[in-house]
Ligand binder design. Structure first.
Ligand code: ZN
Ligand code: ZN
Length: 288
């Protein structure tokens, strides 16, 4: 169903931070709790619970990551210039060890066994495929584990940057260049931040404009009738993309990655209209 977007809050404070960097350990602990909360009573509860455990493993893994210095340039953690296999491959081992004892779908268990047997160069190539966003990874069921290690490493490094050096000048993350998972609208100030799918950094984007092409001309807002209030897809007919939005006023505990995974029905609704998702959720795979 299509609804008009509420009138933008007119009193946006002048001191809005353009970028909010992640607190790495807390990101994954909070994400894990949110996955577990959302799993209760959800038709895909087992899957959401499994993703919650994967986030717990990420919280463990960030403790072992000592990120190397960022590269120079506008996007200091841009994957093509900030190479760090020496960090994320060990983080992957920590994650695999941690999740082996939990209940996972069969394809996921097979993917863990396969990753553990893989040669290091194969694992690195897998990670580069995800980082390069150049097509589907070679084994979809293994992708969430590799992506989890990449997220742990990039989030840890992002949390150590200085915000004054970062520039919000496009549709992608000012830290690493990845697209957003989703946007969150603050409960009190109604300010919108988009959340990076790789490094969990957040950047400010004024409301009622497309996150991709910045046009406000052909926006619509879709939501599923009967779904919890506070979840909408902002669709843009100018560039034919959409971005999911979570409104903290209605969903104070909303967390972009977990709430995105728990609201895939909205993605299906928008996909029927032929629009592409602006970003991606690296933990979501059709394989498990
Ligand atoms: Zn990022
Ligand atoms: Zn657009």
């Amino acid at each position: 169903m299509t609804q008009p977007e509420p009138v933008p809050f007119s009193g946006v404070p002048a001191d809005i931070a353009p970028v909010r960097l992640p607190r790495s350990g807390l990101v994954f602990e909070r994400r894990a709790r949110r996955f577990v909360d959302l799993a209760s009573g959800h038709s895909a509860g087992d899957w959401l619970t499994a993703l919650g455990h994967l986030c717990e493993a990420q919280a463990l893994a960030v403790g072992s990551v000592v990120p190397r210095s960022p590269s120079g340039g506008v996007r200091p953690l841009y994957p093509e210039t900030w190479r760090n296999e020496a960090d994320w491959v060990p983080a992957l081992q920590t994650i695999l060890e941690s999740v082996k004892g939990i209940s996972l779908p069969q394809p996921a268990r097979e993917a863990i066994a396969s990753l553990e047997k893989s040669r290091p160069e194969t694992v690195v190539a897998f990670g580069q495929c995800i980082l390069g966003r150049d097509g589907a990874p070679p084994a979809a069921a293994a992708a969430p584990f590799v992506a989890a290690a990449l997220q742990a490493c990039w989030t840890m490094a992002a949390g150590k940057l200085d915000t004054p050096t970062l520039v919000v000048d496009g549709s992608d993350c000012p830290v690493c260049g990845f697209p957003p998972i989703a946007g969150c609208i603050g409960g009190d100030d109604k300010v919108r931040y988009l959340c990076c799918s790789l490094c969990a950094s957040e950047w400010h984007l004024p409301r009622v404009q497309c996150g991709m092409c910045r046009s406000a001309a052909r926006l619509s807002y879709l939501q599923i009738e009967g779904d919890p209030k506070g979840i909408k897809a902002e669709t843009c007919d100018s560039c034919r993309t959409y971005l999911k939005l979570f409104y903290k006023e209605a969903l104070p505990a909303a967390e972009p990655e977990a709430d995105d995974a728990a609201s895939l029905a909205l993605d299906l609704l928008v996909a029927e209209k032929g629009l592409s998702k602006a970003g991606s959720n690296l933990l979501v795979t059709p394989m498990w």
